[in-house]
Design a protein around this ligand. Structure first.
Ligand code: MN
Length: 186
């Protein structure tokens, strides 16, 4: 993703941060399994919060990575059905890009900007989440995700999250977004 996102950031982000969420989710699942077998008494509220935070962290990052492609391959404007839909619902790609960027830039503390699809209303949904424990298993399919936790940009962009967000558009993998959109529509 160089030069948009440095190799150091991507390596730490993937091997340390994402890995920690995977480990945390597995630990919470193990506790729930043991509790289900009557082998362990757990603080259900605390364990479910751990599970939500870590499993959602894993799920969001699993979408965030393929949502990106190297500069030159990624970036530009979307094509296909997702392009038509963005055009229709957001009055053009530029308006969408501005709104999605603003959602990412204005997350209070750490969190994500997400584009979702709601099959019930057949509408795209722009959303902003703080942190990442949102019990999103019960939520809507995610098409596009942008991580604005400090670990995603700070080593390179310092406190200038806005520049990271603006540069990030150069690595959006629209083919992946299109794939997720056609899958969500079924
Ligand atoms: Mn992250």
């Amino acid at each position: 993703m160089e030069p948009v996102i440095s190799e150091q950031i991507m390596t730490l982000h993937h091997t340390k941060h994402h890995q920690a969420y995977v480990n945390g989710a597995n630990a919470a699942l193990e506790k729930i399994e043991k509790a289900s077998r009557g082998e362990l008494e757990i603080d259900v509220r605390a364990v479910l919060r751990d599970l939500s935070f870590n499993l959602d962290g894993h799920k969001l990052h699993s979408i965030f990575w393929p949502n990106m492609a190297p500069p030159g391959k990624g970036g530009g404007k979307p094509g296909g059905a997702i392009a038509d839909r963005i055009e229709k619902e957001f009055n053009g790609f530029d308006r969408f890009k501005k709104l999605f960027s603003d959602a990412a830039k204005t997350v209070e503390g750490v969190g994500w900007a997400l584009l979702l699809y709601d099959p019930d209303t057949d509408r795209l949904v722009l959303t902003q989440i703080e942190k990442q424990n949102l019990m999103h298993l019960a939520q809507l399919p995610i098409l596009l995700s942008l991580d604005v936790w400090e670990h995603a940009y700070y080593l390179q962009y310092k406190n200038d999250r806005a520049s990271y967000v603006d540069a990030w558009w150069q690595v959006v993998n629209w083919d992946d977004v299109e794939k997720r959109f056609s899958k969500a529509k079924v």
